[in-house]
Ligand binder design. Structure first.
Ligand SMILES: NC(=O)c1ccc[n+]([C@@H]2O[C@H](COP(=O)([O-])OP(=O)(O)OC[C@H]3O[C@@H](n4cnc5c(N)ncnc54)[C@H](O)[C@@H]3O)[C@@H](O)[C@H]2O)c1
Length: 360
């Protein structure tokens, strides 16, 4: 327990919980958050801001992190001991916002103790861990959600709508560049850090199970790949490509999505017109008589549809709570998490073998 921090978790939680004073304790979902590094403050702020939910306790091993919690949220209980939080009887759900190698043990204990779990991406370090957590959550009838924040952004929700409405026609490709100059992670490579976003977005938008993956890349500085290129094969000739790089002089977040009817450019760094849809395409008609291919190009209008400007995590936090309240299965559940971990493991295997194609 960190020096100077008084933590008697279950009791303090019980005393400080508004549920005990407004008579609505049955409805209030009390959250505990483990991990208050870079991403944790966003999780705490967004869950705490929801109606009918409170973050009642935050855990971090670092006393500096706990001091930051106390400065921003003086009413929250803090502890450096995750076991205390995971065992607290007055906590209904746990958000795990720690490095990926810790996710499995923390999520497992939380589920064993009857808590719903919201866990950061990537879900787990291995397929076997993901499968065990899915089985445990099902057996205990608890919600297990993986934080795929991008799926809740206005841009991805709008693109999903366009695809579902058939505006793009049959999909041809998803091609993403996600590069910048960042502090390296030590425990994971650039694929597990950055490409994980694209893999979750692709699976969500394409709605097919990927068939195979090819990964190439290289390491230059700290023993893990810092640049990588992934190719993902989906059924129906849909191909995904992802370029991730920690050593880029500029930040780029641009995705091209090509369909037979329309093509789309999503530039996530644009403030207003994040998505541009191009009425462009190519049609080929072959003439049997001459065996000639007749190629016609279509170059129509471009327009930028309205994209809702809301904080994705806020919507995602509300969705998690709604899934608990109405006993609904989240679409970004453990199985969605497992699908991406499967791709990440396959990508690592391909990377080790300099781009051998790995079937999924
Ligand atoms: N969804 C997103 O867009 C998004 C963005 C950034 C990070 N993340 C994910 O969030 C997770 C955390 O990333 P980060 O960048 O915040 O990392 P970080 O290293 O900045 O913070 C992690 C914190 O967890 C604490 N911690 C580690 N093990 C602990 C334990 N057993 N008990 C208590 N505290 C512990 C550390 O002290 C640290 O403060 C990762 O899984 C990462 O992939 C997701």
């Amino acid at each position: 327990m960190s020096k100077g921090l008084e933590v008697r978790l279950p009791q303090v939680v019980r005393n400080s919980s508004p549920a005990m004073t407004d008579g609505a304790e049955g409805d209030l979902i009390r959250m505990g958050v483990i991990g208050y590094g870079y991403w944790g403050p966003n999780i705490v702020r967004n869950f705490n801001g929801q109606q009918g939910s409170r973050v009642v306790a935050v855990c971090d091993k670092s006393s500096k992190a706990l001091k930051r919690v106390q400065q921003s949220h003086p009413n929250m209980v803090v502890t450096s001991e995750h076991r205390e939080l995971l065992a607290a009887p007055d906590i209904d759900a746990i958000a795990i916002v720690t490095p990926v190698w810790t996710h499995y043990e923390l999520a497992k204990t939380a589920l064993e103790n009857g808590k719903h779990v919201f866990v950061e991406k990537p879900f787990t370090s291995t397929i076997a861990q993901a499968e065990k957590l899915i089985e445990l959550a099902e057996r205990k009838n608890l919600k297990l959600m993986v934080d795929y924040t991008f799926l809740f952004t206005g841009a991805v929700r709008r693109i999903g709508q366009l695809i579902n409405d058939g505006a793009l026609g049959n999909l041809y490709y998803y091609d993403s560049t996600r590069v910048n100059l960042v502090l390296f992670q030590h425990d994971i490579n650039v694929i597990w850090d950055l490409a994980v976003h694209d893999l979750s977005i692709m699976n969500h938008l394409i709605r097919e199970k990927p068939e195979a993956i090819v990964a190439t890349g290289e390491q230059h500085l700290n023993g893990v790949a810092d640049i990588a290129f992934l190719t993902i094969y989906y059924p129906g000739n849909i191909i995904g490509h992802v370029n991730v790089n920690w050593l880029s002089p500029v930040k780029v977040r641009t995705t091209l999505i090509g369909g037979e009817k329309k093509m789309l450019v999503w530039n996530d760094l644009e403030a207003d017109e994040k998505i541009k849809i191009y009425d462009k395409g190519v049609a080929i008609a072959s003439s049997e008589a001459t065996y000639e291919a007749l190629v016609s190009y279509r170059t129509g209008d471009m327009w930028a549809p309205r994209v809702e400007q809301v904080e994705a995590l806020n919507i995602e936090a509300a969705y998690f709570l709604e899934c608990i309240r109405s006993d609904k299965k989240p679409f970004n559940d453990g199985c969605a998490g497992l699908a991406v971990v499967r791709m990440l493991e396959a990508a690592d295997e391909s990377l080790r073998e300099k781009g051998r194609i790995v079937q999924l």
